[in-house]
Design a protein around this ligand. Structure first.
Ligand code: HEC
Length: 407
């Protein structure tokens, strides 16, 4: 008999389903208050009879914990049915609300649009530590003391089969976003980037970026730059851009993803404000991401900046590359991703010179859900002489929840 049976899911008469609360967790007065309907129980599997108090729940959990995770030879599907299906439903869509003792909506593991986004590492964190580790409800219990990590992994492998459509790129291929290079992975994100010239003028340029996925592999985006300069009145609009991107190739086993995209850049800015070029341009590009062992990654983007008015400016080619590695604070905590970005541009005229910049930077997850991130870096010209720029972005993956959720 496996450890899972201790949940009582197989034998609802003998033992109640209980959430595993860590022995050291302080008792939250709110929980004591809600002892009549303890958190993280599924009514369907609960023993009918006198309401159990929070203390009994706690005690049974502690007893359970002391027994430690016992191993089973169950398949991922069997383990899922015993440990997860009471709430998540045998089909992965969530048990009927009437059977659950709480009204928190359950995720639909068969919905590829939802289920493919998160990498296993994040789901493992939630299953091991419980919902709160990623800012989710405590009704999602912690299984770390009942199931070994490879058993949880087997369960996740089963959950992954519930979305049968492999056109959707998996979250594992979604490397951290650099400050300048456009990623290959399609996103539902809003990003506010601010660049400040480190010179006497200290011009400040902001850029609001909105990205929206559609279908399994496509993304639409709008970029609105605007800026302020110390000696000028008010703000000025830069060149607004509209873009599309599509994943062309992706392989989870190789850790690779390749996308093609293009932007139309509108002449809403003015050359003499220093924000934008004030020319209509098109910018075709290719982006490639490669996940490496030990949470390291490299990403590349290359493309052309082509003004429609052939006499107004030269075509330009650009190349961007970034290498980095993510570190997790503790086993399940905040993510830090230091990166080094290299940016090259070359005007395609006869006297074109290749200009290089390097951008050391670090991205940090700000909240537990890890859907609000900050990246801070310095853009340093290597072989030309504009002022270095301090660049920072605040990123919100809006699909994962409201900005203020999951802190
Ligand atoms: C007692 C009910 C219950 C059980 C049992 C349960 N879950 Fe959950 N789970 C939830 C609830 C409720 C949520 C949604 C939490 C929220 O949205 O705040 C959730 C959310 C999740 C998520 C988060 C998905 C996301 O949004 O990124 C994962 C992953 C998950 N559960 C995996 C599991 C696995 C694996 C098991 C079995 C080992 C399991 N759950 C067992 C109630 C449960």
């Amino acid at each position: 008999m496996g450890s899972i049976d201790a949940f009582g899911l197989d034998e609802p008469e003998s033992r109640p389903v209980s959430v595993i609360v860590h022995a050291g967790d302080p008792v939250d007065p709110e929980d004591v208050h809600s002892a009549e309907a303890p958190p993280a129980t599924c009514r369907g599997a609960m023993k009918p009879g006198p309401a159990r108090t929070y203390e009994t729940l706690q005690r049974s959990n502690v007893e359970h914990m002391n027994s430690g995770p016992a191993r089973t030879n169950d398949t991922g599907e069997e383990l899922y049915k015993k440990a997860c299906a009471t709430c998540h439903g045998a089909n992965g869509r969530g048990a009927p609300a009437a059977l659950l003792g709480f009204d928190i909506p359950l995720p639909d593991f068969t919905d590829c649009n939802f289920a493919t986004r998160e990498p296993d590492a994040d789901w493992l964190a939630v299953a091991h530590q419980g919902g709160p580790v990623r800012g989710f409800a405590r009704e999602m219990p912690a299984f770390g003391d009942a199931l070994a990590q490879d058993e949880l992994q087997k369960i996740l492998d089963h959950i992954r089969t519930l979305c049968p459509n492999d056109a959707w790129p998996r979250g594992e291929l979604n490397a951290p976003r650099p400050l300048v290079t456009e990623k290959a992975f399609p996103e539902d994100e809003a990003v506010w980037t601010t660049a400040i010239d480190i010179d006497a003028e200290s011009a400040v340029i902001h850029e609001m970026l909105y990205e929206k996925r559609f279908g399994a592999r496509n993304q639409f985006e709008v970029v609105v730059p605007f800026g302020f300069q110390e000696h000028k009145q008010g703000g000025q609009l830069g060149d607004v851009a509209l873009g599309l991107k599509r994943v062309m190739l992706q392989s989870l086993s190789h850790g690779s993803i390749l996308s093609l995209g293009g932007e139309v850049i509108l002449p809403t800015g003015h050359k003499n404000t220093g924000i934008g070029k004030g020319l209509t341009r098109i910018e075709p590009f290719a982006s490639f991401g490669q996940i490496l062992p030990a949470d390291a990654f490299v990403q590349f983007q290359g493309g052309f900046d082509i003004p429609l008015d052939r006499n107004a400016a030269m075509d330009e080619a650009f190349f961007r590359g970034v290498a980095g590695k993510s570190f997790t604070q503790g086993d399940w905590g905040r993510t830090w991703s230091p990166m080094l970005e290299v940016l090259g541009t070359r005007s395609l005229g006869s006297e074109g010179v290749l200009h290089w910049d390097i951008v050391p930077q670090a991205q940090i997850s700000l909240n537990q859900r890890q859907h609000v991130m900050l990246n801070i870096g310095l853009r340093i010209p290597v072989n030309h002489y504009p002022a270095p720029q301090f660049i920072v972005y605040l990123l919100w993956e809006w699909f994962d929840g409201g900005f203020f959720e999951g802190w």
